[in-house]
Design a protein around this ligand. Structure first.
Ligand code: URA
Length: 189
């Protein structure tokens, strides 16, 4: 099972690398995502930054350090979850992803979800949250679990926001500490 998932993810990655019509193709590297293909929790951020583009790995800069710290608080090593982004190439100067970039990249995200079949999807920031819940507001809806198809969705603040604001840091930490129980509930449902 797990081997099949690994192969399916590799194939999807290769297909993305060869899709020359994808936006940002010529200006940035593909940051496909990484982690366990059997992960129960899939984290979805916004788009790679400079460090991520250089290393072709998601969340390896300042935001990534905070994400690792939050994962450590719930005793989850990074290797046991899966981490990716809604837009898988770095927008120039780290600007917000454009609607057409999100539109072009989300079919691949959807296929990644279908392969991994997580129990929980935790979105980091508003762009990935609004893909699943177009009406949601991050200030109001962070930490609230919603069932969507076969998984539960939990919007979280983006770690970069938590690095800028003590209040958001506290909220992100609180919501992270609630994830294990939400995961347990989702598995028992
Ligand atoms: N911010 C994101 O949204 N994604 C990354 O991979 C890194 C920083």
């Amino acid at each position: 099972m797990s081997m099949n998932k690994k192969i399916a993810l590799e194939k999807l990655k290769k297909e993305m690398e060869e899709s020359i019509d994808l936006p940002l193709y010529s200006s940035a590297n593909l940051v496909f995502g990484e982690g366990s293909e059997d992960a129960e929790i899939l984290f979805i951020g916004e788009a790679p930054g400079r460090r991520e583009d250089e290393l072709r790995r998601p969340f390896v800069g300042q935001s990534g350090k905070l994400l690792d710290k939050m994962l450590a608080k719930i005793n989850l090593p990074r290797e046991r979850v899966y981490i990716t982004n809604i837009v898988k190439r770095r927008p120039p100067e780290n600007r917000d992803p454009l609607p057409e970039e999100i539109e072009a990249y989300t079919p691949y995200l959807q296929r990644q979800i279908d392969i991994i079949k997580p129990v929980m999807i935790a979105t980091l920031g508003r762009f990935s949250m609004n893909y699943f819940l177009p009406q949601a507001k991050i200030s109001n809806d962070h930490g609230k679990a919603t069932r969507i198809n076969s998984y539960i969705l939990v919007p979280l603040y983006h770690p970069a926001a938590a690095l800028r604001s003590g209040k958001m840091f506290k909220e992100l930490e609180k919501n992270f500490l609630e994830l294990p129980q939400l995961l347990k509930d989702a598995k028992n449902a």
